[in-house]
Design a protein around this ligand. Structure first.
Ligand SMILES: CSCCC(=O)/C(O)=C/O
Ligand SMILES: [Fe+2]
Ligand code: NI
Length: 181
């Protein structure tokens, strides 16, 4: 279940309804997929082969096509990040820079954990969205954000894009952002 932390106040928001209501205020979609649908061999495998990634997409084909039909996503992929990922440090460094995307994108966590840090309004500042298996969020277009792993340092996520070119990020250097532990 996703949890929110508002970074400026340390307020923590828990419970599906509260989380959904908070996120919807900032045009962030929050939905759930059934994490138990994924074959257990794949849930514990953070070094998926291309064939296994296809199996993940087949497992969630109904959910993916439903989101695509409702919200216009055109392509999707599976990303795994863990110590087994080649160039993990470079990949993470890229995701950990504040950036925007010119399109709305979906991130569905199917195994592991991760945090999206998203900018709300100037007065609220940034909030953390701590994501667990089954959590599905959108990252709205042109919204400053970044992504980092949690203590277990591993994740499998399905990503849905509107643009056929996939992941394209525009850096958003933000002097108002305060890094904290
Ligand atoms: C867990 S999805 C990988 C990170 C990503 O796709 C993104 O857009 C980060 O901001
Ligand atoms: Fe992003
Ligand atoms: Ni939870």
């Amino acid at each position: 279940m996703a949890e929110i932390v508002i970074r400026n106040t340390n307020e923590r928001i828990t419970g599906d309804e509260n989380v959904r209501n908070f996120l919807n205020k900032y045009d962030v979609l929050y939905e759930k997929w059934d994490a138990s649908k994924l074959n257990t061999d794949l849930q514990d495998n953070f070094g998926l082969t291309d064939e296994q990634k296809t199996e993940v997409l087949e497992t969630y084909d109904y959910e993916i096509r439903d989101l695509a039909a409702r919200r216009g996503y055109q392509i999707w992929d599976v990303i795994t990040l863990s110590e087994q990922t080649p160039d993990i440090e470079e990949k993470l460094a890229k995701f950990e820079e504040i950036h925007t995307h010119a399109e709305d994108e979906i991130r569905a966590i199917v195994a592991g954990k991760g945090i999206f840090v998203i900018k709300a309004t100037d007065d609220v500042g940034y909030f953390n969205v701590e994501l667990s298996p089954g959590d599905v969020i959108s990252v709205p277009e042109n919204t400053p954000h970044f992504f980092t792993l949690m203590e277990n340092k591993q994740i499998i996520a399905v990503r849905l894009f509107i643009e056929k070119d996939g992941w394209i990020a525009d850096p958003y250097p933000d002097p108002t952002f305060i890094k904290q532990a």
